[in-house]
Each structure stands twice: as C-alpha cells, then as structure tokens.
Design a binder for this molecule. Structure first.
Ligand code: NAI
Ligand SMILES: NCC(=O)COP(=O)(O)O
Length: 335
C-alpha cells in the first residue's frame, strides 16, 4: 500500500469580530499536542498575537514543525482590527480572501481540508459576496477550478446523528417547491458515497424524511412523498443504495439513534438542524459533501455576544477539526 502524505488543515479566520479568533486560539491550546490535528489559520496575525504565541508562516508545509509551540498563521488579511462583538464591513474583503485561499491550498494539495470559522453573510454582500453561505461559495470555487458541475450537500453531525439536507439557504415556502426526484436521487448518491468514503461505513443505511405531517399519510396530507420522495428512493434502491421511503420526520431521528439508520436526508434546513442542535448544541459539525475537497465548520454562527463577553466555547470548532481529519484520512485510505 502506498504511503499517504499528511498535510495540515487550513482554518479560515471567519468574521474577526465574532467568536472565530477566540475559539481558534482555544482549539490550538487543546490540540497542540495532537500532531494529526495540526492546523494553520489564514488571517490577520494581530488578532491572535496579543494573546498567545504566534508564528507567521509563508507556506502550509511550515505549520507542522511550529504547531506544538505556537499558532501558525498564514498572514493574508490586510484589514482594520474590529473589537470583539462589533462587526466592521471593512473586514469583508479579507474574510472572503481567506476562504478563497484556503480552498485553493486544499485543491492544490497543500492542505488536507478546509475548516471554516463562522461568517456573517450580510456583512460580506457590500464587498461583492454573492452567496448565501460558505457551502455555495466553496462549491462555486471548486466548480470554477475543476470546470466540473458541483452539487454541494450540507451534512450536520452531532448528538449521534448524521443529517444531510435536501434544501438549505432558501425561504421555507420555496424549499417545498425546490424538491425534485432528480435532485433527491443525486443527493442520495452523494450521501451514500460520503458515508462509505468519508465515514468508512461499508453498507450505510439511509432514511428520507417526509416533508408533510405523518409523511403525507399516503398522499392525503400532501403529495410530495408519493410523487417526489418515494420515487427517488425507489430509483436509489434499484441502484443498490439502502434507503427508505419518506418516513415521518417526527420519529425518524429517534429511529436513527437506535442504530436503524446511519444517515438521514431531511427535506429542509431546520427540519434537520433542530434535532442535531437540540441533542448537541456545542458539539455539532457542519460539513459540505459532494466537493473534491473536505470542508467542515462549527455548527454555530458568529456569536457576536459571546465574542464580546469573551466566553466563546471552542467545542464545535474542535469537533470540526477532528472530523475533517477523520474524513480526509478515510478518503485517502478508501480512495
Ligand atoms: N458556518 C457559518 O459561517 C455560520 C454562520 N452563521 C451566521 O452567524 C450569524 C449569527 O447567527 P445566529 O443565528 O445568531 O447564531 P449564532 O450561533 O451565532 O448564535 C446563537 C447563540 O449561540 C451563542 N454562541 C454561538 N457560538 C458560540 C460559541 N462558540 N460559544 C458560546 N456561545 C456561542 C451566541 O452568542 C448566541 O447566543 C448570522 O449572520 C448567520 O448567518 C450561522 C451559522 C453558521
Ligand atoms: N446552519 C449552518 C449554516 O447554514 C451554515 O452555512 P454555511 O456557511 O456553512 O454554508
């Protein structure tokens, strides 16, 4: 078997007025003696340097040597330094640039995965950002680099659940109309592939949630299950994927916790996020499947109030870092 080369993980700065800087420093403190979780952060060194040992690097390959004694920072951001909890739109171009750089480094093989710190999308729109989230932005960056169509899939892990989402950053009213059999088939294939190659599950068992109460009650409380979701499940099963017809969303998460399903595909953002965040508000991880790179993120936002109070918890970022390493190693091992 050929030897695989381990590269450090690339963390983005995120919104410098949010919890990103605090949780990055706390994550480094907790992981500095764990070389397999070695990372560097792309951002303004001044965010970290007053609080801890920082070493500026010029290339990701310098990070592993440094990681145990100092936080390696690839300095990209030329920007004003906001106070914690006080977002500044002048930081937007630098925030965007750090994400672009992390993705490029990963696509070039200089970093093993991208771990993003939280951003506030509204702050970025004035700087030309055109995406509702990292998920769509990173997919667009990968698509333009690879010249291949990319269908990004948001997967939340936490509280013993793995939940992929059929729709994400669109109004709930539109989400119902956005569900199509062909999109659900593509989604089922991406989730099944990821469960095998990223999570090492040889025979993953997947469930679709229904959209309507009681999964539509045989078409009497909504037709999406019989007309859209179940036909997708049928075609996926014909292709050898172990996936259920639409199951009642009020019980399927509890069924998964008993081991009956390894992953659930939920129809809308909050249908999937509510159980994960309720079970595991601090430890949840948001990953993007369907990309040529591994990308994970904490499952919380910029938390400006926690940043201002200085009591931000790093648990979710640490879980995201660990999960990115697990996914990367599995992907290399099972490729
Ligand atoms: N991956 C990303 O970049 C994400 C970004 N966001 C963005 O974050 C912004 C704020 O969104 P909200 O819905 O208010 O969610 P939020 O997660 O930022 O805040 C919800 C509550 O959790 C607290 N909190 C968040 N992270 C914390 C941490 N690490 N430690 C301690 N407390 C923490 C906050 O202080 C707040 O009370 C929005 O602009 C949203 O778009 C939201 C989710 C993910
Ligand atoms: N609920 C998490 C979320 O929507 C974050 O989106 P993204 O920035 O990871 O695309």
């Amino acid at each position: 078997m050929s030897e695989t080369v381990t590269k450090p993980l690339a963390l983005t700065m995120g919104d410098p007025a949010g919890v990103g800087p605090q949780i990055t420093m706390a994550a480094w403190q907790q992981l500095r003696d764990s070389p397999q979780h070695g990372f560097f952060v792309i951002g303004a060194p001044e965010l970290y340097a007053p609080h801890m040992a920082v070493e500026i690097i010029n290339h990701p390959d310098e990070a592993p040597e440094i990681f145990q004694k100092a936080l390696p920072v690839l300095p990209l951001a030329n920007m004003p330094l906001p106070k914690p909890g006080q977002p500044d739109s002048d930081t937007a171009p630098a925030i965007i640039k750090t994400i672009e750089t992390a993705v490029s480094l990963c696509l070039e093989g200089q970093a093993d995965a991208v771990v993003t710190n939280p951003i506030n999308k509204a702050l970025l729109y004035g700087a030309g950002f055109k995406h509702p989230g990292h998920t769509e932005f990173i997919a667009a960056l990968c698509e333009s680099a690879s010249k291949r169509p990319t269908q990004p899939v948001m997967l939340l892990t936490g509280g013993g659940l793995r939940v992929a989402l059929a729709t994400i950053h669109i109004p709930l009213r539109e989400a119902c109309n956005a569900l199509t059999t062909s999109a659900l088939i593509a989604l089922g294939q991406i989730v099944s592939t990821s469960m095998r190659q990223d999570f090492g599950l040889l025979a993953p068992k997947i469930a679709f949630t229904g959209l309507n109460p009681h999964a539509g009650e045989n078409g009497t409380i909504g037709r999406e299950e019989v007309e859209i979701i179940n036909p997708a499940a049928e075609q996926l099963r014909a292709a050898g994927i172990d996936i259920s017809d639409a199951r009642s969303a009020d019980t399927v998460f509890a069924e998964a916790l008993t081991g009956r399903f390894d992953a659930i595909i939920a129809m809308t953002h909050d249908q999937g996020l509510i159980p994960v965040k309720t079970l595991d508000i601090w430890g949840g991880v948001n990953s993007t499947l369907g990309l040529p790179i591994v990308r994970t993120s904490p499952d919380h936002g910029t938390g400006y109030d926690a940043a201002a109070e200085g009591n931000a918890r790093p648990d979710s970022l640490i879980a995201a870092i660990k999960q990115s390493r697990l996914m990367t190693d599995n992907r290399k091992r099972l490729a």
